[in-house]
Design a binder for this molecule. Structure first.
Ligand code: WT7
Length: 659
């Protein structure tokens, strides 16, 4: 460890032995810098099997709509499965599945090929054809991966919806993607108990007054927990009835490099979630490349484990597509970190000899809270690379992670990227980069980023704070927002003109030229590494009959990074009623549950504060910055742009409830 006196920021040089075997090299930076397109073309040809080679690396003539590896054809599932079997690696374990209940399943690449083929045949028998959309609302079980890959095989874009989303959120996403089939399970294991899942699908698909029926023709149901389910004849089908009897052979048809692979919804600054859509060749290339050079996966020796849920982009890129494209062996775990005890993860690491672990800072901080003695009970000596994703990792958590999980030696890669970027963009390369805790450091080879000031001028001064932008198209970039070209241009390519992709993150350089990410600059919150929109939660709150107005902010939280804090103005009659009955606490609970029902448990506010007014500018825009000051117990900042500057006192004095 070297401590730099000027900033008191320590750095960690790469271990020479690690460097010797690392997939990433310093030369890659030079090669990519000299000719980025040539660099990517080489990655695409080295890492991916094309049934037709591409003849143009990048077509940016219709910017900001990119085409990568133009003219190339490939099948993503063939790349993730069949070609490994064809290369003689059919016996290699693809997935060590560890169920919540302690049940396990070992799936080799040969097994995976059979299962994916059966699933593809089953979906085809249900009428799913190239171009059709399939919604997937499932827990972390092998069938979820089979289904995603089966969709890729058929060229039917999937839309995975996180199992924690509630019926309304599910319905909106199904309708927006115009999905024909929903694949789900009867229930999912949650902390050792079954929780219904299909019931939510039923509610999402139920006819609604004044709304057209959903486009869903079939609901395919895996029996996971033995939970009782209602059955809609003609629509619902058991997985065991449809999939089990299918042929284990299916020929994967090549798709155009730009054929849509999936849609994944994420929160934006408005209440309407954005269907981020990704295509095939470029996405797979960058997932495979980053999983190789950033996670340093060596498929014949490593046991890799990404703890993310498949419902988020990390699960797509680094549980499904990246590691499987590379032919890696990985762990897939269904449950939570504390089921049945707080050492479960470390027990799993020990059991499978996990060598590479990729997780989120919120998990690391939770483990810190639980105590050093818990991981200390297990043999974690197999671990050689640690990864972090989802939000900035604070230096304390970084050091704890390295010390208590990484044996004091494992390099940590702090990886910055987004649903939109599809794959890792800014990160150290283990074995190459001198690590600096708290910073995601530099764009990886092939990626270019800058930090701009308010006027769009590039910042170079250390410590000056600006906006992170990406300055060149990249292979895994989103190809748009499903069904909304304008919103794509407007959201990402207009803030600083059409030459810069605006990421929505604040950032600064330090005196070593390393990039520090400083959180979102828009009305998007980051709770436990999950993106939530203030507007979406506000609209859930105002849909409650007792709420007149609501404002939501993300306030700093020790464990989850940010927490949802809501300020609510009640309707007159509700206010009177609450005053008379003195039932503030019940009401707060009722509102929290309401948000849980509308969006999902992850969106439930940590705090709901009933207030008489909200701070607004003269043009009526809510000043969330001031509410954030209140939520974080700070002195309230500059109030000069408030239409009525007595409002803040009213809010502080009048706060009647706090959960
Ligand atoms: C937002 C994207 C990337 C997959 C999981 C989240 C924040 C992500 C980091 C990091 C600082 C990070 C950013 C980004 N973020 N990784 N290493 N350091 N911030 O994907 O839900 O699309 O969220 O997460 O604010 O914009 P997402």
């Amino acid at each position: 460890m070297v401590t730099d006196e000027s900033t008191a920021q320590e750095t960690y040089a790469p271990d020479p032995q690690f460097a010797e075997q690392a997939n990433g090299t310093a030369q890659m930076y030079a090669a990519a810098e000299a000719d980025p397109e040539e660099f990517w073309a080489q990655q695409a040809r080295d890492r991916i099997t094309w049934s037709t080679d591409f003849d143009q690396t990048l077509d940016w003539s219709n910017a900001p709509f990119a085409k990568w590896f133009v003219g190339g054809e490939l099948n993503v599932a063939h790349n993730c499965v069949d070609r490994h079997v064809e290369a003689g690696n059919g016996d290699r374990v693809a997935i060590h599945f560890e169920g919540d209940q302690g049940d396990t399943r070992t799936i080799t690449y040969a097994d995976l090929q059979k299962e994916v083929s059966k699933t593809a045949n089953a979906l085809a028998s249900l009428g799913v054809a190239k171009g059709d959309r399939v919604a997937i609302y499932m827990p972390m079980i092998p069938e979820t991966i089979f289904t995603m890959l089966a969709c890729a095989r058929l060229g039917a874009p999937h839309s995975v919806i996180f199992g924690g989303f509630a019926a309304d959120a599910l319905r909106t996403r199904i309708i927006d993607a115009d999905a024909k089939v929903v694949v789900t399970t009867d229930g999912q294991w949650r902390r050792g108990k079954p929780a219904p899942l299909k019931a939510t699908v039923d509610a999402a698909l139920a006819p609604k007054d004044g709304e057209p029926d959903t486009p869903v023709e079939t609901v395919l149901v895996v029996n996971r927990t033995g939970t009782d389910v209602e059955w809609v004849e003609g629509r619902d089908q058991w997985w065991s009835d449809v999939v089990d009897s299918q042929s284990e052979e299916h020929t994967a048809e090549p798709m155009d490099s730009e054929h849509p692979l999936f849609i994944l919804y994420t929160s934006g600054t408005t209440g309407k979630p954005k269907g981020i859509f990704h295509t095939s060749g470029g996405y797979l290339t960058q997932c495979a490349y980053t999983n190789a050079v950033v996670h340093d996966v060596h498929p014949d020796t490593d046991v890799y484990w990404c703890t993310a849920d498949v419902g988020w982009v990390t699960g797509h890129s680094y549980m499904v597509y990246g590691p499987l494209a590379n032919g890696a062996t990985q762990v897939v775990y269904e449950g939570t970190p504390d089921t049945p005890h707080q050492g479960r993860w470390w027990e799993i690491v020990q059991k499978y000899g996990v060598t590479i672990l990729y997780t989120a800072p919120t998990a690391i901080r939770t483990f810190m809270k639980w105590g050093d003695d818990i991981p200390a009970k297990y043999d974690l000596s197999s671990i050689r690379v640690l990864g972090s994703v989802g939000e900035p990792i604070n230096p304390e958590a970084w050091r704890w992670y390295r010390e208590h999980i990484g044996g004091g030696t494992a390099p940590i890669v702090d990886t910055w990227w987004q649903t939109e970027t599809g794959a890792i963009m800014i990160s150290p390369l283990p074995g190459v980069t001198e690590l600096e805790p708290g910073s995601a450091q530099k764009p990886i080879p092939g990626i270019s980023a800058e930090i701009l000031d308010d006027e769009g001028q590039p910042l170079t001064d250390p410590e000056a704070v600006g906006y992170l932008v990406l300055t060149k198209p990249w292979p895994a970039m989103l190809r748009g927002i499903w069904g909304d070209e304008e919103r794509y241009k407007e959201t990402y390519w207009s803030r600083f003109g059409d030459k810069y992709y605006f990421a929505g993150d604040g950032a600064k350089y330090d005196d070593k030229g390393n990039i520090w990410l400083l959180g979102r600059v828009d009305d998007v919150m980051n709770v436990s590494g999950h993106r939530l929109s203030t507007a979406e939660i506000e609209s859930a709150l105002v849909s409650h009959p007792k709420v007149a107005e609501a404002a939501v902010v993300g306030a700093a939280d020790e464990t989850t990074g940010q927490a949802v804090c809501a300020f609510v103005i009640l309707r007159e009659d509700a206010k009177k009623e609450a005053d008379e009955k003195g039932e503030g606490d019940d009401l707060v609970q009722e509102l929290r549950n309401h948000v849980g029902q509308e969006i999902g448990p992850i969106a439930k506010p940590r705090q709901v504060m009933i207030v008489p007014e909200l701070p607004k500018t003269r043009s009526g825009k809510i000043m969330r910055r001031l509410l954030k000051d209140v939520a974080e117990n700070r002195e309230v900042g500059d109030v000069t742009t408030l239409a009525d500057d007595s409002v803040m006192n009213l809010i502080k004095d009048g706060m009647t409830a706090d959960s």
